[in-house]
Write a protein that binds this ligand. Structure first.
Ligand code: PCD
Length: 797
């Protein structure tokens, strides 16, 4: 541990039960759909049945004459207000309501405001849209064909479906190493389109007050302050007249980062009717139209010397961005953080090229449980390493061990320019292999294979692993911004006269337990009990500015901000204590104590028994005490934390599967996960985060897929078709931890919320392919795909 960490040793950290669960388990959470305002109206969205069609006309007369309908909004209504198009997070524009064409099935065409939800839905059927169907572009690989229909003819001079080209690394150095490599393996991999699918869908209650001109938006927003700026820009309402309130959120997973047409239509509906308007999408709407994730078609090459040392990596990617380039990521990173694709290995040179294309599918490309495409990067490298092991007849564990970065290499600058802050990869992999009992499972696998050869009966056992490195906690602000907003976050802490505290944050919990973990941070710094600290979040009128929660950035950024604000308060307390004890501030020693209502205390160095507690100081700070010039009294501090770098959590996963060769069914029998996210604030919450992420990984590896037919019809618009993993498909997770603190985070903590989602898919896929002895097959490895692969037939998602 570094000096800064020793200096802040205090209570607070540990498996504290979640404060928010008291209301959640009693059904007293307050989600957007629980909000009912007086006179509230309800909105519903009319969506396109076509993936690509010109709109000849939209006739709303019948809908408008429905007795319960109060307003019908079309693209034209919005165009009159300059709101038919909105800016996206990726320097593009997206239609709010379609005016010229529809560009994906499920796209928003009109919005009805009615007295109740049923009437709003009924009236949708009364709207008559005359469409002229156009041929759609469904397969990204055909998007750049010369005869492909141009999707974005709204953009000036656009003659094709090309979005961007981006590259990173050194092509010449990489080519040189490939030229002298003893072995090169290549592989085509698809990370299919998947969906964050939070249990609570997206929704809003927009409330525009015609008298004051104030707009209050209750919304499922992972980034309330960024949303406020967007409403100001799009709706033209002054930013200080907008208040965003994110109530309890029932899962976000990146799905609630973006701005959706339904939110904006509800605002316009409220402006037009003078009443609050609620809009909550249903499951199909969520799956069809809100931010998807992944959809990366990758070609990877890996070069090694004769001893199996990896020399270089080369990658080219075709990224399907859907109809509008609305990927949520820092502006300067069109392919997100895909550049970390060299993973946990010591690789001298690497190069990657990414081309983004438009297709007739929903926009998004959101970082679903992924810090901006790290998931794709980790899948690529962990699959390629297994392909290399397969092609050269090496054991995948030994191959990894021989190539992992060793702890002495940190801080490590990767071939593509990322500075990994700290890590001990061999220890993590060793721990995972030991916990799993690697040699024993290999022996079991051999026995099962032998019996299969003899009897034709399964199961076949497979062992897969991955060693992943993530990059979470965006900024720093000079490198990272979203729509010009630098990625730094504020925290404001006030300690009251009686020694309780309120912490206000710009980040926003969606189930991660911030009310608990952030109170623990203050408790740790000030010695107060966790229960004496309340956390306020999700209300732009009552929290400091910041960019919100995604990319596992809350602990790395807001967690640091909370810690810094608390340390500022501690220094204020020191000044007051010096007056109370009549000594120089420098002669005072801080002791955080056990976390009692008294809080920590300052005592006089060398004078035992003379001390004053934080609670006493808090009263005095607000009291009649005469304070010297420059000491303001009151214990309150605000800070804006601009992280010096990302944090790089990592882990090693080992997955054991049994595959039924008769049906192709996969049973994930064991899963060992060793995670290192530096110092753990709440190890129980961290384990919960990992459990969730591992389930995500099993889902993506084995069953999740947003599929389309050739006409662009969405084939995964319900949970009957878009399969989510349940407890039935998940083994009892076997977790272990190592702790390698981040050297630059004030608490030594790294983010962890997405680690398991990022790290687990390659482990599961590697295990299944290991079981059936197939070099590569794409996700999701459904029984049908696995069975076909077993028959030696090509398999495609
Ligand atoms: N932690 C601790 N320690 C450490 C780290 C961490 O304790 N070292 C904890 C914290 O505090 C919190 C958690 O844990 O509570 C998490 O964290 P982080 O990592 O920082 O993260 P955040 O930011 O908070 O969050 C976010 C994430 C994300 S991003 C996602 S997807 C997911 C996760 O989170 N989502 C969710 N998880 C979760 N969970 C839940 N329940 N829900 C949800 O929704 Mo994105 O980008 O958005 O896609």
């Amino acid at each position: 541990m570094t000096g800064t960490l020793d200096a802040c040793a205090g209570p607070g950290f540990g498996p504290v039960p979640r404060k928010e669960d008291g209301r959640f388990v009693r059904g007293r959470g307050r989600f957007v759909d629980d909000i009912a305002l007086p006179g509230m109206l309800h909105g519903a969205v009319l969506r396109s049945p076509y993936a690509h069609a010109r709109i000849r006309s939209v006739d709303v007369t019948a809908a408008e004459s429905h007795p319960k309908v109060r307003a019908v909004i079309t693209g034209e209504t919005l165009a009159a207000r300059g709101m038919a198009w909105m800016p996206t997070f990726s320097h593009d524009v997206a239609a709010v309501l379609a005016t010229d064409k529809v560009r994906y099935q499920g796209q928003e065409v009109a919005f009805v405001v009615a007295e109740d939800r049923y009437a709003a839905r009924d009236a949708l059927a009364l709207i008559d849209v005359d469409y002229e169907p156009l041929p759609p572009v469904v397969d990204a690989r055909l998007a750049l064909a010369l005869d492909a229909p141009v999707i974005r003819d709204d953009l000036a001079d656009r003659t094709d479906n090309h979005v961007f080209d981006w590259e990173t690394g050194d092509p010449d150095a990489t080519a040189a190493l490939f030229a002298r490599a003893a072995h090169v393996s290549e592989c085509d991999l698809v990370y299919p389109r998947v969906h964050p699918a939070p249990l609570e869908t997206c929704g809003t209650v927009a409330d525009f007050d015609r008298i004051s001109g104030k707009l209050t938006v209750h919304a499922t927003a992972q980034a309330p302050h960024a949303h406020r700026m967007l409403y100001a820009r799009i709706a033209g309402i002054p930013e200080h007249h907008i208040r965003i309130i994110a109530p309890d959120i029932g899962g976000g997973f990146g799905n609630k980062v973006g701005m959706y047409p339904g939110y904006l239509c509800a605002v316009v509906g409220s402006i037009m009717t003078g009443a609050p308007v609620k809009w909550v999408e249903d499951r199909s709407e969520n799956l069809m139209s809100t931010s998807f994730a992944r959809d990366f078609h990758m070609h990877g090459e890996i070069a090694a010397d004769a001893d199996g040392h990896i020399l270089a990596l080369r990658v080219s990617v075709l990224a399907d961005h859907g109809a509008f380039n609305a990927t949520a990521q820092p502006s300067k990173f069109p392919a997100g953080f895909f550049g970390v694709f060299t993973g946990s290995y010591d690789i001298a040179a690497a190069h990657c090229r990414v081309t983004g294309v438009y297709t007739n599918k929903a926009p998004g490309g959101v970082a679903y449980a992924c810090s901006f495409r790290v998931t794709e990067a980790v899948y690529l490298v962990e699959r390629l390493v297994d392909v290399l092991a397969h092609d050269t007849g090496r054991d995948p564990a030994e191959l990894r061990m021989a190539n992992l970065l060793t702890p002495d290499r940190f801080p490590f600058r990767s071939a593509t320019g990322w500075e990994y802050d700290s890590g001990d990869y061999p220890r993590a992999l060793r721990t995972a292999l030991d916990t799993a009992g690697y040699a024993g499972i290999r022996a079991e696998q051999a026995a099962r294979r032998a019996s299969f050869e003899k009897t034709g009966k399964g199961p076949l056992t497979g062992i897969g692993m991955s060693v992943f490195t993530e990059a979470v906690g965006a900024g720093p602000r000079r490198l990272m911004d979203i729509m010009g907003l630098g990625m730094a976050d504020g925290a404001e802490l006030r300690v009251h006269p009686t020694g309780t505290a309120v912490l206000r944050l710009s980040c926003m919990s969606q189930g991660q337990g911030h009310e608990t973990t952030f109170a623990q941070i203050v408790s740790h710094e000030l010695g107060l009990p966790v229960d004496a600290v309340d956390v306020v979040q999700g209300d732009t009128d009552n929290t400091p500015f910041g960019l919100g929660t995604y990319g596992s950035r809350s602990t790395p950024v807001s967690g640091a901000a909370a810690s810094v604000a608390a340390r500022k308060v501690r220094e204020q307390a020191r000044q007051v204590a010096a007056v109370l004890l009549e000594v120089a501030a420098d002669d005072l020693r801080w002791d955080a104590g056990p976390g009692s209502a008294e809080g920590g205390s300052f005592s006089v160095a060398g004078v035992p028994g003379v001390s004053v507690s934080l609670r006493e100081i808090a009263m005095a700070a607000h009291g009649g005490l005469d304070l010297p010039e420059g000491v303001e009294g009151q214990l309150a501090a605000t800070t804006v934390y601009n992280p010096p770098n990302l944090t790089f959590p990592f882990g090693a996963y080992v997955c054991v599967v049994d595959v039924d060769p008769g049906t192709g069914e996969v049973d994930v029998r064991r899963f060992v996960a060793v995670d290192d996210c530096g110092v753990r604030i709440n190890p129980m919450i961290v384990e919960g985060q990992i459990h969730g992420g591992l389930a995500d990984g099993v889902g993506m590896a084995l069953m999740e897929l947003v599929a389309f037919d050739d006409d662009g019809n969405h084939l995964s618009a319900s949970f009957m078709d878009y399969l989510l993993p349940t407890a039935m498909e998940c083994p009892p997770w076997e977790l272990a931890a190592t702790v390698t603190p981040s050297p630059h985070h004030p608490l030594g903590a790294k983010g962890v919320g997405e680690s398991a989602t990022v790290g687990s898919p390659p482990a599961v896929v590697n295990a299944v392919l290991d079981a059936i002895g197939v070099r590569h097959a794409d996700m999701p490895l459904t029984p049908a795909h696995v069975w076909r692969a077993l028959q030696g037939r090509p398999i495609r998602p």
